[in-house]
Design a protein around this ligand. Structure first.
Ligand code: A3P
Length: 296
């Protein structure tokens, strides 16, 4: 990604039917061949579902709530983004992984079927974070406006349609959440909901702690909840993505830590758009019962 002057938004190229940024698609064989250590943890999510929040909670849990230790580097260095390929001089996810000893906290937005199989063969722990479709869509729309590496979002109405048709980067939200849901028991995946994290962050931090076989004191849990509040993560230069230069992330258009709320979709969807979306949602989610909520 050249950061001087204007940068070009990456077109999408399908990989096994899933549209991915061309920088990812063009390096697919290398990504697919990645072999994690059995001690590595994978945090998977559809883009804008709460990945960064979960990465921070996990890093703090692994460092017993030590805020300074977790300010050692920005999120993408502490928790590399598996499939992200950026032309030099910017480092790619695999470069960071090469330079970090296991156990590592690895981030991915890949749908279940595109996660390198060695994660499963090595029985890595996997945390999946999901978020209700409409808030996820709204967050993604604002992100695509400010992230100059992503394809142009275009107007709002058309963006809803692209989301419904699985035409955005990393493909269909519906397939993504269903794919991990179907495998969660067999693969021992911890399946989290953004809305649960907002409703009772302490409960969800404890859930993550147990899944990781960690045991930290009540006081440390309280500190982690505080350090990972929306407000604190927005102000923390190591979590707010101010590490990505403005020609790529133009946070004057929309901050990475934008709103952090449940139900913001009500400020964006018209009643007609909401009805049309809900009708299609029923069809796409037929037969699966993932307990999504958009009210808490
Ligand atoms: P909004 O755009 O709705 O504000 P991801 O990390 O997967 O890219 O997700 C980003 C979304 O999670 C953004 O949503 C961001 O504000 C929100 N987020 C990040 N940290 C958060 C926190 N500590 N509490 C609540 N929401 C958070």
């Amino acid at each position: 990604l050249r950061v001087s002057g204007s940068i070009s938004r990456f077109p999408l190229i399908p990989v096994r039917g899933v549209p991915l940024m061309c920088s990812i698609a063009n390096n697919w064989d290398t990504i697919w061949a990645f072999c994690p250590d059995p001690s590595d943890l994978l945090i998977a999510a559809y883009p804008k579902a709460g990945t960064t929040w979960t990465q921070e909670i996990v890093d703090l849990l692994l460092h017993n709530g030590d805020a300074e230790a977790c300010k050692r580097a920005p999120t993408p260095v502490r928790s590399p983004f598996l499939e992200m390929f950026s032309p030099p001089p910017t480092s790619s996810g695999l470069d960071y992984l090469k330079n970090t000893d296991p156990p590592r906290i690895i981030k991915t937005h890949l749908p279940f079927q595109l996660v390198p199989t060695r994660f499963w063969e090595n029985r890595c722990k996997v945390i999946y974070v999901s978020r209700n479709a409409k808030d996820n869509l709204v967050s993604y729309f604002h992100f695509d406006c400010m992230n100059k590496a992503q394809p142009e979002p275009g107007p709002w109405e058309g963006y809803i349609s692209k989301f419904m048709h699985g035409e955005l980067s990393w493909g269909s939200w519906y397939d993504h959440v269903k794919g991990y849901w179907a495998e969660r028991e067999k693969r021992n995946i911890l399946y989290l909901f953004y809305e649960d994290m907002k409703e009772n962050p302490r409960r969800e931090v404890e859930r993550i702690m147990r899944y990781l076989d960690l045991s930290v004191s009540d006081e440390v849990i309280s500190r982690i909840v505080e350090l990972t509040s929306f407000k604190n993560m927005k102000e923390n230069p190591m979590t707010n993505y101010s590490c990505v230069p403005p020609p790529v992330f133009d946070q004057s258009i929309s901050p990475f830590m934008r709103k952090g709320e449940v139900g913001d979709w009500r400020n964006h969807f018209t009643p007609e758009q909401s009805k049309m979306f809900d009708e299609d949602y029923e069809k796409q989610m037929k037969g699966v019962n993932i307990p999504f909520r958009d009210l808490i």
